[in-house]
Design a protein around this ligand. Sequence first.
Ligand SMILES: Nc1ncnc2c1ncn2[C@@H]1O[C@H](COP(=O)(O)OP(=O)(O)OP(=O)(O)O)[C@@H](O)[C@H]1O
Ligand SMILES: [Mg+2]
Length: 302
Amino acid sequence: MSGRDPAVTAVSGLPFPLYRRGKVRDVFDLGDRLLLVATDRLSAFDVVLPTPISGKGKLLTAISDFWFDRTGDILPNHRTGKSIAALGLSRDQVESLDGRSTVVHKAERIDIECVVRGHLAGSGWKEYQSHGTLAGETLPDGLGRGGQLPAPRFTPAMKNDDGHDQNISRQELASQIGHALAARLEDASLKLFTHAREIAGEAGFVLADTKFEFGFIDGELTLIDEALTPDSSRYWDVKTWTPGTEPPSFDKQVVRDWLEERGWDKEPPGPELPTAIVVATRERYAAVLHRLTNVGSREEER
Ligand SMILES: Nc1ncnc2c1ncn2[C@@H]1O[C@H](COP(=O)(O)OP(=O)(O)OP(=O)(O)O)[C@@H](O)[C@H]1O
Ligand SMILES: [Mg+2]
């Protein structure tokens, strides 16, 4: 995870059909299982940038594992616990996939981004500023940018294949997928977020918001994809957050700020990133893992 390993931008040459290529993960079909490989691709504003962040896929995998390990009591997740060593791959292939790959159960995916917000940031802040609402529901007056909500809110979005997800209200969600399932998604999302926020707090982070994906595996509602990584969540350093501000985030803010300063129109292709931005971004991901793991080891000592 030194960052000196060659960057993995795309995975090819494996003896399995490609199931899906997401913005970050290359997913291969193993039958009733999937091989999920987190590459070093980085997306910002829903566009995959041409410059990879070497080592990022390994950091993402380790961060997801940290959270999957700590949320199993709330909801099962898609990991099988099987190693890639049993897939009949060459030693070189295993080496390049090691640390960034997970063998998971193939789920019947629910095409909803289950967003939970504890603070008003990003599109949540924009909506509140314009309409005084969040996901169409009224919020108290006078909340500031980055402000903590009285209680975390579930603000779902429909997954769109073009990458631009569409925010919907809880009522719209219920009419799309039924009241019972909508309620289960909300309940699971809020429980997961509330638990994670506590742990993140011990690690010195404000977990401002996150998004979960769920699916059904053998008829059971299951957490899939990734869990609470800086790609799916806003981590703020508790020291830099004061009400009324949206502090620089531990996630891709370094990249986002650089892109904004450059005046990029957010249409592909994105610009190449300078080395200093690549290094700073990798350090952000590594810091999240490091701080979370330190909390984890303190827990074990107790
Ligand atoms: N257990 C699972 N079963 C089925 N699909 C899964 C599972 N876990 C993850 N996926 C899907 O695999 C893909 C992982 O790729 P990645 O995380 O890069 O995608 P993304 O760019 O975030 O999202 P998407 O491609 O859905 O827009 C996602 O489409 C995700 O929904
Ligand atoms: Mg994803």
